[in-house]
Write a protein that binds this ligand. Sequence first.
Ligand code: C2E
Ligand code: MG
Ligand code: MG
Length: 596
Amino acid sequence: MPPAPPAVTASRSTAAAMGVFLVAGGLTSPAVVLGTDVVLDARGLGLLGIGAAAAATGAAMLAFGHRVRPAGYHAVVGLGTALITAAVLLTPSATTALTVGALYAFIVVDVVYFFGRRQAAAHLASVAAAAGTALTVRDVPAGALVTLALVGAALTYVVGALVQRASTASRDSLTGLCNRRGFDDAVEAAVVTAERAGTLLSAALLDVDHFKTVNDRGGHAAGDQLLRAIADQAAPALPAGAVLARFGGDEFAVLLPGRTGTQAQAVVERLREAVTAAALSAGVAELRPGHAAADLLRHADTALYAAKAAGRGRSRLHDDTSADTIRDLADALGRGHVRAWFQPLVSLAGGPGGPGGEVVGFEALARWVRPDGHVVPPVEFIPAAETSGLIAELGLAVLADACRGAREVRDAWGRDLLLTVNVSGRELTSGDYPDRVQEILRATGWPTDLLVVEVTESLVDGSSAQALAALEELRARGVAVAIDDFGTGYSAFSRLDTLPADYLKLDNVFVADITTSPRRAGMLQALLSLARALGLQVVAEGVETQEQADLLTGMGCTLAQGWLFGRPVPPARLAATPPVPVDRAAQWLAGARDRS
Ligand code: C2E
Ligand code: MG
Ligand code: MG
């Protein structure tokens, strides 16, 4: 026999081939009964009965065979052997016995193709014994028996060799692991088994971090060596039953039957630890009821994307809800359903007594407006956008929409307004953020000196050199920077003088307490003096009551935002309702432009 033929087929094709053999074998019985020396007596009827039984079993295999457990296939082959042997024994002559005995060839092909080497050998031995005995009983001459044995041996060799060849097509020549084709077959088969038996199944996709650098620096030979080392280190870290594959390039995949997503992630973490040759990013997913192999791999891929977006060198478990959100959000961005709504930024310079503040600008806040009119707030999609990497696209889409909206309002009101836009850390580290901002300003015609980008205190404090450089670059080009949600992070007061900022936005939580907590009010007073000394403008966010507004005004806080002055609304609505009076706002803005 040729070298061990690995299983290359899924259960569906095994069942189909066995079904066809059984039906074909069964259908030969009328030909044997009517076209040879068989008489239609009890023996003849017995032969017809055996044929009918074989055909019926074959039909059942064709219909339901893919649900049969592997042990069931052995039983079906055993039954086939028994039926042929019984039929041979019922034939009236050596010639007819030899005719029926030719059907043993079906069994030979079946077992060599579908079973492992040992199992196939056991089946072949029992077929040889049964055929030899039955044909000898029916007086088949020795020469015919030898001929039949030779045909069987040749079939065994040729089919075995073909299987071997087919299995090489599903192996990766570099690492010796399964390749994509082999893995796809394994996943298909595992999904069928998991569905049938109601068992668990998970899969993981892995990517070598910075593989391109290895290839670029050390050439392809170094890259190949690294991939082989990874395969060698990863394989022993996997439990029995797992399938490890190389998808090509620097992508690996693992199939983990019998494991939940969380358990699979634990296995993947052990694998990542075992692989010292390189850092790996991994996405893990668990098969959900009703899902196909393609869904499982797609989910693992989404999780891998999230792992890379979160900074590589880690694994992520696919989360159904966030994945659905990401898909819907990508679609909504493509259709322009993510819009910038405006919340007024007001000047408190009017002094205590009335909301008093004139609108001097707007903060653009992202809103996902669904086709049915439902408005999704940013807390429900910004985190998913950040982990998936969609945030860059989202940020620029909101900025462009905000600039267009701001122009509309400015044209309607006939005066300049400040526009503030939120930006995430991940956008700032994208490299070309300042260029993209400038490009949008140019395309929409919004003046550079009327734009403020808001970044959170924790982002600036996270001291990402690239983020800080991007902020400095923006400021150098005339865009102002605001530190958002100030008071919620851990910025030390001593950091205030080094922050690349023009505005401080005091968080809602900080402002909420000022009328009830004298200590908070005292802190605010101190902060305002400090900011003034440092040339920073303070914006109090979340101003909801007149009392808060009065207190802030009394302390000399000049800018505020909050529901007291207006909730976020679509810019078109603001454009339709120009406010009066405008003088003080225009005055303040002229000062702000001079200052920045
Ligand atoms: P933020 O930048 O601090 O925005 C202020 C949030 O406070 C907004 O919530 C606003 O609607 C809310 N707010 C305003 N006035 C009041 C008030 O008087 N009382 C209370 N309780 N809340 C008030 P929103 O619109 O849900 O935004 C939440 C956060 O989402 C924003 O916080 C910002 O960090 C983020 N975000 C919004 N749009 C974008 C965007 O385009 N890009 C990025 N990266 N983040 C965004
Ligand atoms: Mg903000
Ligand atoms: Mg804020």
